[in-house]
Ligand binder design. Structure first.
Ligand code: SAM
Length: 223
């Protein structure tokens, strides 16, 4: 079983997405366990504050270093070989290769920020900083859920057909999937490419390979 942990101020964020479709089945079948650790449980003081204003002034609040580092220590205690990933817009870019790299580990811990982000000293306690892309989310939770979802579908036995994940876009470097069609044969005057109805498997494979090549080229240019 693969062990995923999420350090968050909003564990309830994950209730719905982990409770439907592929993640729900993967958890029920024991392919993965996802445990949320509430960062606030590690805050000290009367008010259990997890945020404070930045030194030097400026807008917004920051996640305090002490509760975050204590939550990371708890995650490492529960899963000693866990790979701790801090979600931040300025980290390494997440992609399919990263998802494949992560499922080869024993466990992953995803650290979600809120407010204006983390006290910079948190960086010394994590193994990697990871970004979903060059845009700013209001919290790390949606980013963590994307990482979890991309990983979970790659775990052995999770997808009905193991071939599906192998044929997915980006599994082979720089290559994207070919176009797919299902019934009806004609919709609004748009027809399914005749080769797909030909029953000639060699021709179908050649057509798919060529379409994937063309789409990969287009994808590269548009990035
Ligand atoms: N002040 C920060 C900045 O401009 O870089 C943004 C902080 S953001 C409002 C709050 C939290 O959301 C971050 O600490 C991080 O955990 C998460 N987050 C926002 N955008 C993200 C992205 N593109 N990838 C991963 N995490 C992100």
């Amino acid at each position: 079983m693969f062990f995923a942990q999420v350090l968050t101020l909003f564990p309830e964020f994950f209730d719905s997405p982990l409770n439907c479709s592929i993640p729900k089945r993967a958890i029920a079948d024991g392919a993965v366990a996802v445990d949320c650790i509430q960062i606030r449980d590690f805050a000290t003081g009367k008010h259990k504050n997890v945020d404070d204003s930045p030194y030097g002034g400026g807008p917004g609040m920051l996640m305090k270093v002490e509760p975050v580092v204590a939550a990371i220590a708890e995650a490492r205690k529960r899963q000693p070989n866990t790979h701790v990933v801090m979600l931040t817009p300025t980290g390494n870019k997440f992609n399919q290769a990263k998802a494949l790299e992560y499922i080869d580990k024993e466990s992953i811990t995803l650290l979600c920020g809120r407010y204006e982000g983390f006290d910079e000293r948190v960086v010394d306690y994590v193994d990697e900083e990871l970004s979903l892309g060059d845009y700013v989310l209001s919290g790390g939770e949606p980013a963590a859920m994307c990482v979890l979802d991309a990983m979970i579908r790659l775990l052995p036995g999770v997808l009905g057909s193991p071939e599906s994940a192998v044929l997915d876009s980006f599994t082979e470097e720089g290559m994207v999937d070919w176009p797919h069609y299902t019934r009806p044969e004609v919709f609004d005057g748009k027809v399914v490419p005749p080769v797909l109805l030909s029953g000639d498997h060699a021709k179908i494979e050649a057509w798919r390979k060529e379409q994937a090549r063309l789409r990969s080229k287009k994808h590269k240019v548009s990035r």
